[in-house]
Design a protein around this ligand. Structure first.
Ligand SMILES: Cc1cc2nc3c(=O)[nH]c(=O)nc-3n(C[C@H](O)[C@H](O)[C@H](O)COP(=O)(O)OP(=O)(O)OC[C@H]3O[C@@H](n4cnc5c(N)ncnc54)[C@H](O)[C@@H]3O)c2cc1C
Length: 297
């Protein structure tokens, strides 16, 4: 099936207008941002909304990357290509550029948005993994005001989020912490494809040891998966190959992959291990630490 079912079309003029339209049009209304997830689903008749509310005119209101003293705030309508090109974002969180380079192709990246990516809640989604890794929080707005939720609270299952029918995601906030870096590693079947498995890592060093570390995996669970046991295992340890090896072991044990066309459970656990180690190693290298002594990538 290549033709969507008939639908009515509205263009929102502001965030408040979009929320008002969602409330007025009810359960059969859906927001459309870049359309790169929703339109394919409509063509396959996996989604059959009666109303589409186009939010692309809200780019002035929702398309931004702003730094405060404490965090970076990214509007939900910020496009992949804008995340890829933003130098201050790359300086603070190189994981974004690592991930964006391997998301789809320029056609998708020119239109697809951060908000649409997180709200699609595909378990293989790369930016959800990035945001989980960076301990992001999500700002959700409805007619009664705003609420802020963690990534764990935001994702409720595959293709399911904390955003209610008459609400929208407006902003993602990422805390800024000194002494850190980050990286993203992904294995895909061909360039621009969804992940077989991907791993994000963020690492903070102080006094020669790991002050904190976070890992977020994609495509090995119901949603992108943060692994607190890795943080606990690495805190206080020197940033060495032994530490990355232990983190990889935990990742392989903790994840919950399924066998599908992209690979077996065993292969995906192996990738979770290997990609976790690579992402931590690359984060450490970005902080001037090279503990590999020639071992691996
Ligand atoms: C060929 C192809 C390859 C791809 N490869 C990858 C890949 O490798 N990795 C990857 O991560 N992604 C990939 N994608 C997905 C791509 O990143 C999409 O851009 C993204 O999933 C959805 O963003 P969008 O803005 O297009 O959302 P849309 O399709 O417009 O919307 C998706 C869903 O989110 C809802 N929504 C959108 N914005 C909001 C909001 N602000 N508040 C509440 N709900 C909202 C919509 O109602 C809809 O339910 C690929 C897509 C294509 C077509």
């Amino acid at each position: 099936m290549q033709v969507p079912a008939p639908f009515e079309y509205e263009r929102a003029t502001s965030v408040d207008d979009a929320i008002g339209l969602l409330g007025r049009l009810g359960d059969e209304a859906r927001l459309i941002a870049g359309g790169h997830s929703l339109l394919p689903m409509m063509k396959l008749r996996l989604a059959t909304p009666e109303y589409l509310i186009d939010i692309n005119d809200l780019h002035d209101e929702l398309g931004y990357i702003r730094f405060t003293d404490d965090d970076v705030r990214i509007g939900a309508l910020t496009r992949h290509c804008e995340l890829l090109a933003n130098e201050p974002l790359f300086e603070a969180f190189p994981i974004f550029r690592d991930a964006e380079k391997v998301i789809a192709d320029p056609v998708v990246r020119n239109r697809g948005t951060l908000g649409g990516s997180l709200c699609q809640a595909d378990p293989s989604e790369d930016l959800s993994s990035v945001c989980t890794t960076l301990n992001a929080s999500c700002v959700i707005r409805g007619a009664d005001g705003e609420r802020v939720v963690t990534m764990e609270e935001f994702h409720r299952g595959p293709y399911e989020t904390a955003v209610e029918q008459n609400e929208m995601l407006t902003e993602v906030r990422i805390p800024i912490r000194a002494g850190g870096s980050s990286a993203y590693e992904k294995v895909e079947r061909r360039a621009g494809d969804w992940a077989v498995v991907a791993a994000g890592a963020a690492l903070w060093l102080a006094d020669g040891v790991v002050a904190d570390a976070r890992v977020g995996l994609a495509a090995v669970g119901a949603n992108t998966t943060g692994i607190p046991a890795i943080s606990e295992a690495l805190r206080g340890r020197p940033p060495t190959e032994d530490a990355w090896t232990r983190a990889g072991e935990i990742a392989a044990q903790a994840c919950e992959p399924v066998t599908d066309g992209r690979g077996t459970v065993e292969y995906k656990r192996h990738l979770a291990d290997e990609l976790t180690r690579r992402a931590l190693r690359r984060s450490a290298r970005r902080l001037g630490i090279d503990a590999t002594a020639g071992a691996g990538t």
